[in-house]
Write a protein that binds this ligand. Structure first.
Ligand code: LMR
Length: 331
């Protein structure tokens, strides 16, 4: 009897009860018609199916529950169980190494990126979250970011003196400074209004984020710079995850595997479709930089790697260079 009571109170502490359904609150900040939006809905559906209804995943999209910083704190406290923050948002958690994904022009294409996110370097990065009470389950893609503003962005000089909204990453701050711009850290949910009211002049996004937040309505110019990557780590509260019955955890791992495959296949398509949407809306001039213009941007931004290497560690950066074949000296 005593043991039963003890077990019940332990389960209660973990947010479970002996027969009750296990509820996972999954919070994120983007729209449902984005790679992360779709993958999280798919995970919810598969989690329900594979656990035969033992687990219910409630997805809260579009910053409904929390904004950027609050989201991480809520996960650590156990107020939500699952998140998929962008890799730029792990610095404030004290795991600065994730900011390596913010290094401009580090990945030439998705195949190179996957060598890292789906290889040993990615696994070792996720392991660094555990002392923070967080377990990393997977990396999900969004895509490559492009700059937008209310005036044309063709040459490096065009960035000078402009205020650009960025995520809370020291590397991204340095990236904007290298261009002569002024970085402004801001929650994702506040960007549309900041652009509309002129609090900032421009921003950087994969096109799926720009389009689904209607930022193209308040940005006259979009230059397809594809100068950096934006993706996510799907994370859970470690205590909650470790406390799940082993069979249920296995089923959720399977659902996550399938959702990850989906995220990483729809990402490119979503971004391509979003670009079509921006063009059709006709409010933004979309400019594809010439090879020379993109190279000029690259020459200004790659030195950010050397400047910010101490933030992420030399060994990590070199491991990535080695796996992808990127050589900052060969531009
Ligand atoms: C941002 O803040 O720009 C992104 O992290 C939003 C997201 O989750 O894609």
């Amino acid at each position: 009897m005593k043991i039963k009571c003890l077990l019940a109170s332990m389960l209660l502490a973990l947010g479970l009860s002996a027969n009750a359904q296990i509820v996972i609150k999954f919070s994120h900040v983007v729209a449902t018609d984005t790679p992360k939006g779709q993958a999280s809905e798919f995970f919810a559906k598969r989690a329900g199916e594979l656990t035969k209804g033992k687990v219910k995943v409630d997805v809260y999209a579009n910053s409904q529950l929390y904004k950027d910083k609050e989201e991480m704190e809520a996960l650590q406290m156990g107020a939500v169980q699952m998140l998929a923050p962008s890799l730029a948002k792990f610095g404030p958690l004290g795991v600065k190494e994730f900011e390596v994904f913010d290094f401009p022009f580090l990945f030439d294409n998705t195949a190179d990126l996957h060598k890292i996110t789906q290889g040993p370097v990615g696994a070792s990065l996720l392991a660094k979250l555990e002392p923070k009470g967080v377990k990393g389950l997977a990396f999900w893609d969004n895509g490559f970011k492009s700059f937008s503003a209310n005036s044309p962005l063709k040459n490096v000089a065009d960035y000078k003196g402009k205020k650009f909204r960025i995520q809370s990453s020291k590397v991204l701050e340095e990236q904007i400074r290298a261009l002569g711009g002024i970085p402004q850290v801001m929650a994702f949910s506040e960007v549309y209004q900041a652009l509309q009211t002129g609090v900032v002049d421009g921003t950087e996004n994969p096109i799926s984020n720009l389009f689904s937040q209607k930022m193209h309505e308040v940005q006259k110019h979009l230059t397809l710079t594809e100068h950096g990557y934006l993706g996510y780590a799907v994370i859970v509260n470690k205590k909650f995850w470790d406390g799940l019955p082993a069979d249920v955890r296995g089923q959720l791992e399977q659902a996550m595997k399938e959702a990850t495959a989906l995220a990483n296949t729809v990402a490119k398509k979503d971004n391509d479709e979003a670009l079509e949407g921006v063009k059709k809306a006709g409010k933004t001039t979309v400019y594809t930089p010439t090879k020379e213009e993109r190279m000029a941007l690259k020459k200004v931004l790659v030195p950010v790697h050397a400047k910010m290497v101490d933030r992420v560690g030399k060994d990590l950066l070199e491991a990535i260079y080695k796996d992808t074949g990127f050589d900052p000296k060969k531009l």
